[in-house]
Design a protein around this ligand. Structure first.
Ligand SMILES: Cc1cc2nc3c(=O)[nH]c(=O)nc-3n(C[C@H](O)[C@H](O)[C@H](O)COP(=O)(O)OP(=O)(O)OC[C@H]3O[C@@H](n4cnc5c(N)ncnc54)[C@H](O)[C@@H]3O)c2cc1C
Ligand code: FES
Length: 396
């Protein structure tokens, strides 16, 4: 067998010229970042490090949830995909914290001079951040944050055009964004079926908005599944294997977004239906507010308070850290800046180094790399102190 090498000398000649040019660029490069660097300008436009959002409208999305429409104060909203989220940086009392909220409006809504984004926040019981939003955010309020983040979006090279969404509670927000984008004529050829589980009719978030998009767009179908509403005449009970099988169709991509207990049921059903990992995708799960729900959480830890020594560059602070709250929350309570995004252990933004002491790492969404596990790195949003600790965190 012979191998023909075409243009071999040309390739070698070209490569040596590139090497020489690269060497020259390195020798003449400055250690100071070039402010006119085009790649840097593109990266800043796609992912601004810091943005300000001015709230322009607030509407009810259900008796317990509100839609907050906002514009960027500099007029520029970065390109994003339906399903991605904005990360707000908030000051609440003494605490400095961040929270992710999915952009429930469509990417198309953000384009043009009057471009906006909307987030839909649910407050079906007392919560720290939703309570603060409902009590403090009015038209004109300016919020700090940045966007876009997350990988929970439709990817035409990977996903099927038969998209089946399984949603619970505020988990409807990424799918409403996708539904709107489809109604705008984007996501060509995609047909979206949403199975949306709620307890009672009054718990449905964005109910009227979903009904409108379904009326306007033949490629969007919404099926409400209610588990505790006697008067409901539609699908009743939970989202089971049988129910998914009824609506799933041929060659689907199934996407799930909702609370952890619902995920456990739906994941089992997906396995039984033979869906592969590629065809069953789910959003990141935040750690439960009550850590005793986490498998393996040491119950004796609840109620204990440990000393947490935080090293940042040459600075060292000693703060309190509760055994029933993630390390990131201790930092937030002490107003020590920590970069959290998914708050579920997956994205790695809150990666920190354990210098001394013991932690419990939640197995829910543990996205640490193998080498990180071995070298004592952990994700502060999903690790709980079980002794006094010394940690090193990046300076923000
Ligand atoms: C990717 C993603 C997208 C999301 N999208 C949406 C959405 O579209 N709509 C929506 O409604 N929700 C959404 N959420 C959930 C949302 O981010 C909030 O978690 C939710 O609104 C509940 O608010 P909370 O975290 O303050 O709740 P809480 O349960 O009240 O608080 C949780 C945490 O705050 C800590 N805490 C308590 N007091 C303090 C304090 N003083 N200082 C600092 N920390 C304290 C607690 O220890 C606990 O860990 C999304 C979550 C993720 C991960
Ligand atoms: S915020 Fe994503 S891993 Fe901690």
């Amino acid at each position: 067998m012979s191998i023909k090498v075409k243009g071999f000398l040309k390739d070698v000649g070209g490569a040596s010229r590139v090497t020489a040019l690269r060497k020259k660029s390195i020798e003449t490069a400055s250690a100071v970042p070039d402010p006119k660097d085009n790649i840097r300008a593109v990266a800043d436009a796609l992912h601004p490090a810091h943005m300000e959002f001015r709230v322009t409208e607030i509407r009810e999305a259900s008796p317990t949830s509100r839609i907050f429409r906002m514009v960027s104060t500099d007029g520029h909203i970065p390109v994003f995909q339906a399903g991605q989220y904005v990360n707000f940086r908030l000051r609440i009392g003494e605490s400095e914290l961040t929270r992710p909220y999915t952009i429930s409006s469509a990417p198309c809504d953000a384009r043009g001079e009057k471009g906006f984004i909307e987030v839909t926040i649910r407050r079906n019981r007392p919560y720290l951040v939703p309570d603060w939003f409902f009590a403090n955010v009015t038209v004109g309020t300016v919020l700090q944050g940045n966007m876009p983040f997350g990988t929970f979006y439709y990817e035409p090279l990977r996903d099927s055009k038969n998209l089946v969404a399984l949603a619970g509670g505020s988990g409807i927000t990424p799918f409403y964004s996708m539904a709107r984008e489809i109604a705008y004529g984007k996501m060509k050829g995609v047909h979206l079926t949403i199975l949306y589980g709620s307890v009672h009719h009054s718990d449905i978030v964005l109910g009227q908005e979903l009904a409108k998009v379904e009326r306007d767009c033949p490629d969007v179908k919404v099926v409400h599944v209610l588990s505790g509403d006697e008067e409901w005449t539609g699908e009743k009970g939970f989202i089971t294997k049988e129910l998914i099988a009824k609506y799933i169709g041929e060659d689907p991509t199934v996407m799930f977004c909702g609370p952890v207990p619902m995920f456990k049921l739906v994941e089992k059903a997906a396995k039984e239906l033979g869906l592969t990992c590629r065809r069953f995708r789910h959003d990141v799960m935040s750690q439960p507010a009550d850590p005793t729900q986490i498998p393996g959480y040491p119950l004796k830890n609840k109620g204990k308070v440990f000393k947490l020594t935080v090293l940042r560059g040459i600075r060292s602070d000693v703060i309190d850290a509760r055994g029933d709250e993630p390390v990131a929350v201790a930092l937030e309570r002490a107003a020590i800046p920590v970069d959290t995004h998914c708050r579920g252990g997956e994205c790695g933004y809150c990666r920190s180094q354990l210098v001394q002491g013991d932690i419990f790492v939640s197995p829910i969404g543990d996205g640490r790399r193998l080498m990180d596990k071995e070298m004592g790195w952990f994700h502060a949003c999903s690790a709980y102190p079980v002794s006094d600790l010394t940690i090193r965190i990046p300076i923000l």
